[in-house]
Design a binder for this molecule. Structure first.
Ligand code: SAM
Ligand code: SF4
Length: 334
């Protein structure tokens, strides 16, 4: 019988955070006040090695995972990431992808493609240079992320998905210009509602711009029609331009939670398994792997955790739950 959790959800997607470090300090993710000079990032020996990641990935695939996404922190700052991609690309029946801030794509896109990566998702929150520089808080210009997107597409990592997190009063005015810019480009722009991940970003419901609002604004200028999901459990609602200019996605994690169809497991950079983005505690798989567990024992340990899974945080979210302690996004990966 195939593995399902207490709400009958199988495990299909595995997100692997390969580092908790990042060369950006996005204000909603790694605010400088917290992730400053004094912050203690994981040490190298604490991180899962590439061989340990591969072993765990294969164990998850035996439990039903068909999609693996590398994330972080910024996955491209992990040294020799291409080598990890080579190892994971050899696993049969798995779609391998990666989420990045795009800053290192101009120099890395070709090598990533050659190592076996198929697609990338690039985060970009605004085309307005002033707004973007203040959001990434390291003065990184828009132009270089756009170059990264083109480098990815040029290397065959396409279609490139571009993720924009929308925060009220910060970059909501940039949603429509982003839609205009990527309309007809072959890239797929996706709008993400700002979420109460972690406890460092001071989230408030008022900061969230409901996807419906963005959809209406774009549709008024560039008419849209709905597209069927690619697969069950797809989190982005897909829409396409009626004029053939491509498609966009809306990820409404706050206003239309999708816990019911959530098939994701997350592995932190130090090998903790989280069964929800909003979980407080992870299960230490690194201890098992480093303790000499056999493959059948590892499989059973993962299966037991998944069978007991009952998380549905986003469906229960309120202002009170938002204040509860949670793990940081940069640690667990988006
Ligand atoms: C944590 S980042 C890791 C990968 C890479 N550094 C990047 O920025 O794409 C993954 C995604 O999570 C998104 N993210 C971070 N904090 C968020 C929040 N509070 N709400 C919604 N999305 C968030 C980022 O914008 C990014 O698209
Ligand atoms: S969203 Fe990505 S790029 Fe920005 S701070 Fe978080 S991990 Fe870094």
């Amino acid at each position: 019988m195939s593995l399902v959790d207490t709400l009958e959800r199988p495990v299909r997607d595995l997100r692997i955070s390969v580092t908790d470090r990042c060369n950006f300090r996005c204000v909603y993710c790694m605010p400088k006040e917290v992730f400053g000079r004094e912050y203690r990032f994981l040490e190298r020996r604490e991180l899962l090695s590439f061989e340990e990641i591969e072993r765990l990935a294969r164990a998850f695939v035996r439990q039903g995972v068909t999609k693996i996404r590398l994330t972080g922190g910024e996955p491209l700052v992990r040294r020799d990431i291409e080598h990890l991609i080579e190892l994971l690309a050899q696993i049969d029946g798995v779609e391998l992808t990666l989420t990045t801030n795009g800053s290192l794509l101009p120099q890395k896109a070709q090598a990533l493609r050659a190592a076996g990566l198929r697609r990338v998702t690039v985060s970009l929150d605004s085309l307005d240079d002033k707004v973007f520089r203040s959001m990434n808080d390291v003065d990184f210009p828009v132009r270089r992320v756009l170059e990264g997107i083109e480098a990815a597409a040029g290397a065959g990592l396409s279609p490139v998905k571009v993720n924009m997190v929308v925060k009220r009063g910060v970059n909501d005015q940039d949603a429509l210009p982003m839609a205009r810019h990527f309309h007809g480009s072959g890239h797929i722009l996706r709008f993400i509602e700002y979420m109460d991940v972690g406890h460092t970003n001071g989230w408030r419901m008022d900061d969230v711009v409901p996807s419906a609002e963005i959809l209406a604004a774009i549709d008024a200028e560039l008419p849209l029609e709905p597209v069927d999901p690619n697969y069950a459990g797809e989190v982005a609602r897909r829409w396409r331009y009626r004029d053939g200019g491509g498609e966009i996605g809306l990820i409404s994690s706050v206003t239309q939670p999708f816990c019911g169809g959530c098939t994701r497991a997350r592995l932190s950079a130090e090998g903790r398994l989280f069964t929800c983005l909003f979980a407080v505690r992870g299960h230490d798989l690194r201890a098992l792997v480093r303790g000499g567990v056999s493959d059948p024992e590892l499989d059973e340990a993962i299966a037991a955790i998944w069978r007991g899974r009952s998380d549905r945080y986003s469906e229960l979210r309120t202002a009170e739950t938002a204040a509860l302690p949670k793990v940081e996004m940069s640690y667990i990966g988006g």
